[in-house]
Design a protein around this ligand. Structure first.
Ligand SMILES: [Fe+2]
Ligand SMILES: [Fe+2]
Length: 381
């Protein structure tokens, strides 16, 4: 942003109204940035900045409706989790319920004002504007709220209200599409997770196995140097590693004793079945899951199954999930065995470094051990 605006922002000195050119520049700059954003939190912050700059507000917030929880939520700063308030509270709640913009000159003279926040922070709210966002189906999805004008008289005008309505209409479409994108991604994650649990439940794995394998895989991926995004994808996809077990007959899957040669051969097929189930979709995330299902029983020295791949022929995701899965199997109680003691597990991992497991990943595993043990305790069965 141009410096003259940044320098003034947040200081107590009064500011001058923008010229029409300045206003246009603000709109162009922000709408271009917002259109390229994929993260909902970033869009909320950028939209709040845009509104604040356009009308010289001291504070500006974009609130969204969470219908299931009956709340409004927003993001106010990087690193801070969402702030939540009851759906109908304060001016913003009122604007959303009424579906109309609101301009209040003196908040304290208005019974709708919720002064709790002022009391907590020592801030004094004077003038307030709220503008609802309308989605493409006509329903209200959230609202702008701007507080205290930074000009001499600290008073918002009807021109400010119109500008904020403009900001809402420019940014509303981007906001909606990012929300939709997040909704789809979240649904996808939930479904994938549920599918993973089906695979594990059929083989009577412990309840949190899937969750822990996901978390371990994420930690190992990060420790190996993968990006946040890749680690996150692996975390979502790794719970499906045993999905192929849905096609293994109960007589084999749930057999209490040792499997016969033929039964073991049948059991091994869960890798290929999982791969076949998942790869057809063509979606990036499911492709990753397909690879993991296929390769999580391969071993670094080439003695694994189904294909006997060795070393880096095994996809990194397969190598990571192998460690996560084996560690969890050993570290948890199962119907047929007690959990191993940690020392015994670590000795095995050291022994299998370069045999069952990728040696570099075993090193990452040992470096990340405190975090891994923390996850084990947090998602205890
Ligand atoms: Fe498996
Ligand atoms: Fe597993």
């Amino acid at each position: 942003m141009p410096n003259e605006r940044r320098d003034n922002a947040g200081t107590s000195g009064p500011r001058q109204e923008h010229t029409p050119e300045q206003l246009l520049r603000i709109i162009f700059e922000y709408t271009a940035k917002i259109a390229h954003e994929r993260s909902l939190d970033s869009v909320l912050l950028l939209m709040a900045d845009m509104g604040r700059e356009m009308i010289l507000a001291d504070r500006c917030t974009v609130w969204l409706i969470d219908q299931t929880r009956g709340e409004l939520f927003t993001k106010v700063a990087h690193g801070v989790e969402h702030i939540r308030i009851p759906l109908g509270s304060g001016f913003v709640g009122h604007a959303i319920t009424a579906g109309e913009p609101l301009l209040v000159e003196d908040a304290y003279a208005d019974p709708r004002h919720n002064a709790d926040n002022d009391r907590k922070t020592g801030y004094h709210t004077k003038s307030v504007i709220t503008v609802p966002f309308v989605g493409s189906d006509g329903s209200i999805i959230g609202a702008y709220q701007a507080i205290n004008k930074q000009t001499e008289d600290a008073q918002f005008t009807s021109a400010d209200l119109e500008r904020l309505v403009l900001a809402a209409s420019y940014a509303g479409k981007s906001l909606e599409s990012v929300m939709l994108h997040e909704e789809i991604a979240a649904t996808q994650r939930d479904i994938i997770f549920a599918i993973g649990e089906i695979g594990e439940n059929r083989s009577k794995e412990t309840g949190n196995h899937v969750k822990r394998v996901a978390e371990y895989s994420y930690i190992l991926a990060k420790g190996y140097g993968l990006s946040e995004e890749e680690a996150e994808q692996l975390k979502i996809a790794s719970p499906m590693h045993d999905i192929g077990k849905i096609a293994i007959p109960d007589a084999v899957l749930l057999k209490p004793g040792k499997l016969s040669e033929a039964e073991y051969e049948l059991m091994k097929e869960h890798t290929e079945i999982g791969y076949t189930l998942l790869r057809t979709s063509g979606r990036a995330l499911l492709n990753i899951a397909a690879t993991i299902a296929y390769q999580h029983h391969e071993k670094w020295d080439g003695t694994g199954y189904p294909r006997g791949l060795r070393g880096e022929e095994i996809h990194l995701y397969g190598r990571i999930t192998a460690i996560a899965d084996v560690f969890d199997a050993l570290a948890s109680d199962r119907v047929y065995k007690k959990a191993w003691e940690l020392g015994r597990i670590l000795a095995l991992f050291q022994e299998e470094r370069g045999r069952h497991f990728d040696p570099q990943l075993v090193d990452v595993f040992f470096q990340s051990l405190p975090t891994i043990l923390d996850i084990r305790d947090r998602y205890n069965d």
